[in-house]
Design a protein. Structure first.
Length: 413
């Protein structure tokens, strides 16, 4: 790998010129209630728990070779979009020529639920949603954990996704994730793709375009003389160039148990092939009375999810992100967050993964009340405000930066 000194010097100097971020000292001064001494990626197994990911990131940054795939898995914190969009933007500033792709996402408006503000979806016809986080729902979920179903032949949608300042993400390939075995309608894309590849087992339709485009309109064509039905399970915009791809899997109310209900998770996940997974599942697992909270079962479900991702990519690395502080039913601090911290430390040790203690950085038990006082958390004492989500992302980015900087400095030796 042609890892020249000039490139290393640039990267190490970027800490002082990342205009979208505040360095940790400034953050600590602005928010003195934070425990910024805890803002590190820690490793309770081997200290090289991120090295395979960093080596691939090196190639993308310094040699302009290959793609680096990051998958962020969570509940409403991820579905809302501010957390993942901010972190995606932050990572895009690691190098001036680093290509950033929008990655996999679900067009939540088709499932009649909230969605990130930087995704535009115009819904045509009637659609219904089915989420893996709702126990009474029983659907053939794929990677996203959400299905959007229409039973109208005249249904469709228009789709576009945006970077900051209104610039649209462009792509030369659009992947449509769907439940093909139950669909009786075929999606039709405008503009027409130049070629099409279909994987009927995974349920992935790939439309290829010779020129970059940034929006599509989708209609449907009924196959034979059947009752119309179409189930959409996700979207991915793809470019051929090397770079970093940040995928978001967020479902309101999702827990570890929720994603284990997705029958086609591994098959569709192979199209993402993550190099790093940021796990943020736990707030909904732990939001229970004491009699229903079982930390060992929680850990075992995470063990399974790790196995699933390493079945997809054996070299996949992980960051376990602890729960934010919260109140149970807005009344008392949820002490189950303390158990989540210990479980994730054990997961870090067992699977040789990274660990980031959001709970500790926030200030620990009862800190969400302080965040609320400063306009960073909402009155439900579970969710953050937009400013709070951005702060959350900035803190994680700086913890990541510190560890990656350590790795790059080691390359010089």
């Amino acid at each position: 790998m042609k890892l020249v000194a000039v490139a290393i010097t640039f990267l190490l100097g970027a800490l002082g010129i990342l205009s979208a971020q505040e360095e940790m000292g400034a953050i600590a001064l602005r928010y003195p209630f934070l425990d910024t001494s805890r803002n590190h990626i820690e490793f309770f197994g081997k200290s090289d728990g991120m090295e395979k990911f960093y080596q691939k990131l090196d190639k993308a940054i310094f040699d302009n070779e290959g793609k680096v795939n990051i998958v962020h898995v969570g509940g409403s914190h991820v579905q809302g979009g501010t957390l993942s969009h901010t972190l995606r933007s932050n990572l895009g500033q690691l190098a001036p020529d680093l290509q950033i792709e929008r990655g996999f996402f679900f067009p939540h408006r088709l499932a009649n639920t909230n969605m990130p503000s930087n995704i535009y979806v115009k819904k045509i016809g009637a659609w219904e949603g089915c989420r893996n986080s709702i126990l009474r729902n029983n659907c053939p979920w794929g990677l996203s954990g959400i299905d959007a179903v229409t039973r109208e032949e005249d249904a469709g949608f228009i789709l576009q996704s945006f970077r900051d300042r209104g610039e649209a993400y462009s792509f030369t390939e659009l992947r449509i994730f769907e439940h093909m075995s139950s669909n009786t309608m075929e999606p039709i894309c405008i503009p027409s793709p130049d070629s099409v590849v279909i994987d009927s087992i995974a349920g992935v339709r790939r439309w290829f375009f010779k020129e970059r485009i940034d929006s599509v309109s989708i209609t449907f064509q009924l196959q034979d003389d059947q009752e119309p039905v179409y189930t959409l399970q996700g979207i991915q915009m793809v470019l051929e160039e090397s770079g970093l791809v940040y995928h978001a899997l967020g479902v309101n109310g999702a827990s570890t148990k929720s994603f284990l209900r997705s029958e086609n998770f591994i098959e569709q996940g192979r199209y993402i092939s993550p190099d790093l997974v940021i796990f943020g599942l736990g707030i909904n697992d732990a939001y229970k009375p004491d009699s229903e909270w079982h930390p060992q079962e929680y850990k075992e479900r995470y063990d399974t999810l790790v196995d699933w991702f390493r079945t997809i990519n054996p070299d996949c690395e992980f960051i376990f992100m602890t729960n934010n502080d919260s109140y149970y039913k807005r009344k008392v601090p949820n002490e189950h967050a303390l158990d989540v911290v210990e479980v994730m430390k054990q997961l870090s040790k067992d699977h040789n993964t990274g660990f980031w203690d959001l709970f500790g950085v926030m200030g620990g038990l009862n800190s969400v009340a302080i965040w609320e006082e400063h306009g960073l958390a909402k009155r439900d004492k579970i969710h953050f405000s937009r400013t709070g989500y951005r702060l959350n992302s900035d803190l994680l980015f700086w913890a990541f930066w510190e560890d990656y900087e350590r790795h790059v400095k080691h390359l010089e030796n």
